[in-house]
Design a protein. Structure first.
Length: 217
């Protein structure tokens, strides 16, 4: 059986992508910044700094500091956090893995402050043995650095790990670090996940759980 599983956060543990998109939309509207409707999909799975740097440099006629935009976005996010749901089946899957001695690690593009704020409402941090937040590495997904950092943290080789991701950038990051990657279709269609190099693609955590707990290592 698999002994270590690395989880992405947004779109894998919590169904946060719609909330992230909505809070970004509210931020841009608050400052009267016009934007193409596809921009939120383009920045799925990418740290918010990169999104708001792009907005500041390319969309905002006044080029307001991206930090100001992020502050506004966090104000919007704070109001919506209590309604953020878990991805169906993920908590049961993680609990079963831990009961069977599997180490679980969270590897995310979210900052530690964001995780702490969400944890106040969802109480999820205890599900993971280790956490690799955005500030743990200088480079983020699709670079391999976040998963390389996780491998270093738990003193293991990539061949001993399964990564669970929901986005092309996350898949590329995990594969570039040498890990096997399972993808779930919560944020992107199956064909995008396959094209990005996912080893297996699933529609739900029940299927992932059956494979993980039945896998021979």
């Amino acid at each position: 059986m698999i002994k270590k599983v690395f989880f992405d956060f947004d779109g894998v543990v919590v169904d946060s992508e719609p909330i992230h998109a909505k809070t970004k939309e509210l931020t841009l509207k608050a400052y009267g910044i016009e934007y193409p409707p596809e921009i939120f999909d383009q920045f799925k799975g990418i740290p918010e700094n990169e999104f708001f740097i792009h907005v500041s440099e390319h969309l905002d006629p006044l080029h307001r500091p991206f930090g100001l935009l992020i502050k506004k976005r966090h104000e919007c996010l704070a109001e919506m956090l209590p309604g953020m749901p878990f991805i169906d089946g993920v908590v049961d899957c993680i609990k079963l893995l831990k009961e069977r001695g599997v180490m679980t690690v969270l590897v995310t593009s979210s900052k530690q402050m964001e995780l702490d704020n969400i944890n106040k409402y969802l109480n999820f941090m205890h599900l993971f043995d280790h956490v690799v937040p955005a500030e743990a590495t200088a480079k983020h997904k699709p670079n391999p650095d976040p998963y390389l950092k996780a491998l270093e943290m738990v003193h293991t080789d990539a061949c001993d790990v399964i990564v669970i991701e929901d986005s092309p950038n996350g898949i590329i990051s995990g594969k570039s670090a040498g890990c096997r990657v399972f993808a779930i279709t919560t944020s992107f269609p199956e064909e995008d996940l396959v094209k990005s190099g996912a080893d297996m693609v699933f529609d739900n955590f029940g299927s992932i759980q059956r494979v993980l707990t039945g896998s021979a290592h």
